[in-house]
Design a protein. Structure first.
Ligand code: TV7
Ligand code: CA
Ligand code: ZN
Length: 393
């Protein structure tokens, strides 16, 4: 019966909580949770909700957050007074210890709720994949890859990806984590550094001392000791400013294709940070919606169940275009959506003079000078293929 409803198609589920989008990091802070509202509004306006299972996600419980994060950190996160309240005289050094309250990770109103909603949607998505009720589960409110066990970092407080992968590991032997955010996925890499059940692959701008977080060099491949199971199970693809769709697509397919053959993952966790797009407020690359989306399409073509997370993305109209386009790829309707924004879309003013799914000649933002030579990219692929000789199941 279900085959009649979904002929040959993949089951896609979409996990979101509209309450999450109401939180504010602060006026000038680059992270704007309402980019999720913009994304959802486009997805709805294109009629995509009819082709997916849609869930309003619950908030993750303390116990769930505690499966990765330390109790003293969570306790402080739950009770820390917001910035505009009197400072906590009993705990003068906790903010420093947990990296909370600086400009990157401010203590805003409703912070703990925001974090548990993000984690809740990622956990729900991972569980749908575990139960085999979805082939692709999407959680755009997740993807906060920098958070550590006892420390906030780079706009991230709770590492919903680590929580999601821990859930996947209960039902699947091997998880391939792929991270196309312009920043290094350091928190996820660190969490699974010593296991061979999770392979992490991050593509990012790499320029230590200048670009956050400064880790993720080509030679960072996991523990150096061969006795450690995690050896060779971290892959890093350090890039320079201005990489193009064509170069990125070639790199992505050479690296992920080969990783898939060697590691043979049972499930993929894909972080789709949209700050790798051209014209991003913090990013440095020249990727277009098509090039970013091609990564999602390639992963889908491997025919392995997949959880898709959001992540960075600081030019909200571009984030919404990319994530709506990638939702269409998951469903398999990307060629059927018209190029203009539906007239009835709320927020349409954000895209005025702009077609949403760009015609091929449309460019997001001013292109940057491309500092990636073909020779260097070939060296990177060679290095990765050498690492993969040590990986096999
Ligand atoms: C996943 N870059 C997160 C990416 C996290 C990047 C950083 C800012 C930034 C913060 C602001 C702000 C900013 C214009 C940009 C060393 C510092 C330099 C703060 C000014 N404007 C993700 C984190 C990165 C906050 N942090 O991967 C409030 O840029 O480089 C740094 C650290 C110290 C703190 N200062 C920046 O995409 C979600 N922060 C304006 C207002
Ligand atoms: Ca990355
Ligand atoms: Zn980022």
């Amino acid at each position: 019966e279900y085959d009649i409803v979904r002929p040959k198609g993949k089951t896609v589920s979409f996990h979101a909580n509209p309450e999450m989008e109401k939180h504010h990091f602060g006026q000038t802070h680059p992270m704007k949770p309402w980019r999720l509202t913009l994304t959802k509004s486009l997805v709805t306006s294109y009629g995509m909700t009819f082709a997916m299972d849609n869930y309003t996600t619950r908030t993750a419980t303390y116990e769930e957050l505690n499966s990765f994060h330390a109790s003293d950190y969570l306790d402080y996160l739950a009770t820390a007074p917001p910035e505009d309240q009197p400072r906590d005289v009993d705990n003068p050094d906790k903010e420093v210890k947990f990296n909370l309250g600086g400009s990157d990770c401010p203590l805003f109103h409703g912070l703990y709720d925001y974090c548990s909603m993000s984690a809740g949607s990622s956990l729900d998505a991972a569980r749908k994949i575990c139960n085999q009720q979805s082939d692709i589960a999407i959680a755009w409110g997740g993807g906060l890859h920098h958070a550590k066990r006892s420390e906030a970092s780079g706009f991230c407080y709770i590492n919903d990806i680590v929580l999601g992968i821990l859930q996947l590991l209960r039902c699947y032997p091997r998880v391939l984590y792929i991270d196309i955010d312009v920043h290094h996925g350091d928190g996820v890499e660190e969490a699974f550094f010593s296991t061979d059940r999770v392979m992490t692959v991050s593509f990012h701008k790499y320029q230590p001392e200048v670009f956050f977080p400064g880790t993720g060099g080509l030679d960072d491949n996991g523990p150096k000791s061969e006795h450690n199971q995690g050896a060779h199970h971290a892959i890093n693809v350090p890039l320079n400013d201005g990489i193009t769709d064509e170069q990125y697509g070639w790199l992505f397919e050479s690296i992920i294709g080969k990783t898939n053959e060697s590691f043979r993952p049972s499930v993929i966790a894909l972080q789709c940070g949209a700050d790798s797009l051209a014209g991003d407020r913090l990013g440095r690359f020249n990727l277009q919606v098509q090039g970013h989306g091609a990564c999602v399409n390639f992963c889908k073509s491997l025919g392995i169940p997949m959880v898709i997370f959001g992540g960075g993305g600081y030019t909200p109209r571009n984030v919404a275009r990319a994530w709506a386009y990638e939702t269409a790829i998951a469903i398999g309707c990307q060629s059927k959506i018209p190029e203009v924004i539906p007239a009835h879309a709320p927020w349409r003013e954000h895209f005025i003079h702009d077609t949403i799914f760009p015609t091929l000649e449309q460019i997001l933002g001013e292109p940057r000078a491309n500092r990636n030579t073909q020779k260097r990219l070939q060296e990177i692929v060679m290095h990765v293929h050498e690492q993969l000789r040590f990986v096999g199941h």
